[in-house]
Design a protein around this ligand. Sequence first.
Ligand code: SAM
Length: 395
Amino acid sequence: MKTQGAAVAAPLHWSDTWLAWRDRLLASPRFRRWAEGFPPARWIARRRAGQLFDLLAGFVYSQVLLACVRLGLFERLGRDGPQSLAALSAVLPLPEPALDRLLQAACALRLLERRRQGRYGLGPLGAPLVGNAGLAAMVEHHEALYRDLVDPLALLRAAPGQGAGGALSGFWPYARAADPAALDAQQVAGYSQLMASSVPWVAEQLLQAYPVHRHQRLLDVGGGEGALAACLARAVPGLQVQVFDLSEVARRAEARFAREGLAGRCSASGGNFLRDALPSGFDAISLVRVLHDHDDAAVLRLLAAVRVALPAGGRLLIAEPLADAPGAPAMGAAYFGLYLWAMGSGRARTVAQLRDLLERSGFTDVQARPTPMPLHSGVLVATTGVLATPSVNLN
Ligand SMILES: C[S@@+](CC[C@H](N)C(=O)[O-])C[C@H]1O[C@@H](n2cnc3c(N)ncnc32)[C@H](O)[C@@H]1O
């Protein structure tokens, strides 16, 4: 007898039956023993076991990387070449047995490599970290995320938009602030520096995916401390770029433009893009690593403001990590899913989800442009048609 309110079971599809059989098989110790002993199935069994072990051990691997970054190992080996344990131990603040343990771990993870005469050199995964301040800063700031993730269920139980009030949401205060425009210089400094340090990777994707040189005046909304604006201005002679960001961040952008001799072509203005009208007079607007910070309601609000600010035929350029980035299946849902939850708002979106939001906001001709390194960023381009009544009220 059915109890009132109980869910009605959906009819079984053949795929449900097949998957239930597969699950029972993979969960069966007898099957596992058979697969391990049967040569054609053994490699699959080993690969699966290895993948599961990597999931279990992932945090340890991350901490080995963090320890190497904090010791400046990659920079040192990049500068001085391969070194012995004794030579490294003489200059690094770790006792020799502990350093030995770390070096072995880093070699196993291909961050370092054993070289002739017992020396250690850079490994294929460690070499790209040399001179890469952005990557080192990213590694370092994950400490805040991992602190929040110590109890993942506590983090997930926090109401959406609360980010558990943890370390990461403190690092990104605009995600939860009642009035982001009121954030002070100190509150925006950490995340602004972090984002600026990784801008070159994203700028490269954008410049390769889209001919920015077609434009004369570009407004970079949520443009941070102007690192992208500076990259674009240097890459596209004659391009005028304005950054629109929270007032204290815009101040940092102005300081950068003055410092880098770009004040003639780059400027910045301050405001809250969820409340204030955006400056007009631009033939393109960019949103770089901005939309994924926000939930759908805020994204629609922002897109409506962009729509109003652009002339008919104006271009919107979006660059950010996509949930369906080729070659990075876990990045969107697993990494950004939990990262942005801890931060307090937003999620990585698929091309289809972004297209839907763009079309609902009155953009047409939405195109996903391939980027050479989708892990760093995807790129979408959309065009404004004739302005119809905006579907989102900006007041
Ligand atoms: C993740 S950062 C991206 C910065 C830059 N576009 C980049 O890729 O390096 C998001 C930016 O949006 C800005 N932002 C967040 N909420 C905002 C708001 N309500 N109004 C204006 N800017 C905002 C932040 O200050 C920050 O600079």
